[in-house]
Design a protein around this ligand. Structure first.
Ligand code: G3P
Length: 214
């Protein structure tokens, strides 16, 4: 299972990368705006840190605009994946970009049927937003399970990136379902690594070690 980090904060990316937990990066316009840095500058810096797919989102609403943005973004670095919103225009853009060999990540996916359409359009990745589904009392992980089954039924090559992850259970369930990738916020990566009994154990070992030296 691959771990992507869902952030545009390069310090978080460097930290998680040093742990060996970053196989790729996803960003979105909100995360880029939060970084307070120019889009192309931050995306290029991220590509210099991580040797893996880096998703950068197109902000046009029409297919022609998304295609133009996608071509431009993919020219920034070979690892760029163009994130395209799941709309009818988005599907058209994915078809054109994928025919040109440009990797795409269809984002803002909330149903398995949207994911099926993204795969049929030729998307490299699809991103179901599990946290936002859970926020509306829908079961986000159930949708991921459906997508993985449907893709397996028909042998689609599109990979599933579980996105909008809010807690370690989302990652656990993604792994149990066999989703290809989870894109995880930095705080959740840290939470996955920690356990109070680990901290308590270290504390006890060090206390005993100190007593031995006295
Ligand atoms: O990768 C998509 C993700 O950034 C959305 O997360 O927490 O804003 O729903 P969230």
């Amino acid at each position: 299972m691959r771990f992507f980090i869902d952030t545009a904060d390069v310090e978080e990316i460097r930290d998680a990368h040093a742990m060996g937990m970053v196989d790729g990066v996803t960003t979105n316009p909100t995360l880029i705006a939060r970084s307070g840095r120019p889009f192309e500058e931050v995306i290029t810096e991220i590509c210099g840190i991580v040797d893996g797919p880096v998703s950068a989102e197109a902000v046009s609403l029409d297919a022609a605009g998304m295609i133009a943005e996608g071509r431009e973004l993919s020219g920034l670095h070979p690892n760029i994946v163009v994130k395209i919103p799941m709309t009818t225009d988005g599907l058209k853009a994915v078809g054109v970009l994928s025919s040109e060999g440009i990797a795409t990540n269809v984002t803002l996916v909330f149903t398995s049927m949207q994911a099926l359409m993204a795969a049929k359009a030729g998307a490299t990745y699809v991103s179901p937003f599990v946290g936002r589904m859970d926020d509306l009392s829908a079961d986000g992980m159930e949708v991921v399970e459906q997508i993985v089954s449907i893709y397996n039924n028909y042998g689609f090559q599109t990979e599933v990136i579980v996105a909008s992850i809010r807690n370690p259970l989302h990652v656990l369930e993604s792994a149990l379902i066999g989703a290809d990738i989870a894109t995880i916020p930095f705080t959740v990566i840290r939470n996955l690594a920690s356990h109070p009994l680990t901290d308590k154990g270290i504390e006890a070992f060090l206390a005993d070690w100190d007593k031995r030296r006295k």
